[in-house]
Ligand binder design. Structure first.
Ligand code: SF4
Length: 107
């Protein structure tokens, strides 16, 4: 799953460095390995990081709610930071891409 998500979709990815525990989006996806092939086929959209979904989409908030970085370590979910001034992690982007493609993820 990391191969599908981190390098292609995450601007915070550093080659050769494995972040632990990883973002909440990645953790959520690692429990659903059957989605990796679909994520590989997502076309990265630099100017449209959430594939057309809004940052306050409740399905995305559900994924972030389980992320260790949300409370202290994620600008994207820091209410003091305008989401337009920062970027979501690759895990959240992958979830957004699947949702935007019409995938029912049960969120
Ligand atoms: S956007 Fe932030 S809070 Fe949400 S999953 Fe990614 S790192 Fe965690």
């Amino acid at each position: 799953m990391r191969q599908a998500v981190c390098q292609p979709l995450c601007r915070y990815h550093k080659p050769g460095r494995r972040e632990e525990p990883g973002c909440g989006g990645l953790a959520w996806l690692e429990k659903r390995p059957h989605l990796a092939g679909e994520i590989h086929r997502l076309a990265p959209q630099g100017s449209n990081p959430l594939f057309g979904l809004k940052p306050d989409d409740p399905r995305l908030h559900k994924v972030c709610a389980g992320c260790e970085y949300q409370a202290d370590g994620c600008d994207f979910r820091d209410p003091a930071v305008d989401p337009a001034d920062c970027a979501p992690c690759g895990g959240l982007r992958a979830v957004a891409g699947l949702l935007a493609a019409g995938r029912d993820l049960g969120l």
